[in-house]
Design a protein around this ligand. Structure first.
Ligand code: ADP
Ligand code: MG
Ligand code: MG
Length: 213
């Protein structure tokens, strides 16, 4: 059983920021094919801002909900692209899912993770198959929930989430974009991985390592 406190969550934002920064050029290149080439920049800016904002808090005196809401606000302020409100909503919903807790157990962490995916869904209104980050987040949240329900711990549950996100991101290559900027391309979006689904894999994998490593 893992116990996650605010210091661990602050470390999670540092880990995501590092992973996304290392992935920045690939994400911009993917967005260059079906969007406007800024996705790596947006994610790097957003998670750097979130990392800095939560690092400035006194972790010992900050509950997970406050920390996640701080991350959400700084992400939103830093990012002008459509990923800004989507991830800000994800962290706000994650914050609400763990309200009143000072530490998170495995079930709390999976609940936070699932609430993040639900937040992206509610904010962006993308359905599965519309070639967005939802095509990675939705199966990842489902896989994590199923793994936990079958008695797995957080490491295995987030491991299952990573595998499902990877498969989901891969599957976006065969989809025609129906939401966001890439939808303007119609069938010309076929054959290319959605950048938001690609970055979701990077984010979820960094969360897995930071929360269970
Ligand atoms: P922008 O398109 O404003 O430049 P980004 O490049 O940061 O924003 O993000 C693009 C990604 O955002 C897309 O690849 C897609 O995954 C995601 N996206 C766009 N619109 C939606 C939506 N309505 N719901 C979920 N994800 C979306
Ligand atoms: Mg873009
Ligand atoms: Mg843009």
């Amino acid at each position: 059983m893992t116990t996650i406190d605010s210091a661990r969550l602050a470390g999670m934002f540092a880990a995501i920021a590092a992973a996304v920064s290392a992935d920045r050029d690939r994400l911009c290149a993917l967005d260059g094919i079906i969007g406007d080439a800024d996705h790596g920049i947006a994610m790097d800016l957003g998670f750097s801002a979130a990392r800095d904002a939560v690092a400035a808090l006194d972790a010992a005196a900050t509950d997970p909900t406050t920390l996640l809401n701080t991350a959400a606000k700084s992400f939103l302020n830093a990012v002008g692209a459509s990923s800004g409100p989507l991830y800000a909503t994800a962290f706000m919903r994650g914050a609400a899912a763990v309200k009143g807790k000072t530490t998170l157990d495995d079930a709390d962490a999976v609940a936070m993770f699932q609430a993040m995916a639900k937040g992206i869904q509610d904010r962006g209104k993308a359905e599965p198959g519309e070639k967005t980050m939802m095509d990675a987040w939705a199966p990842a949240a489902q896989a994590a929930g199923e793994a936990l329900a079958s008695g797995k711990g957080l490491a295995d549950s987030l491991g299952a989430a990573v595998q499902a996100a990877k498969a989901g991101a891969e599957a976006t290559k065969a989809m025609i974009a129906a939401k966001g900027r890439a939808s303007r391309l119609g069938e010309r979006s076929l054959g290319h991985m959605d950048p938001g689904a690609a970055s979701a894999v990077t984010v979820i994998e960094a969360m897995r390592v930071a929360l269970t490593g």
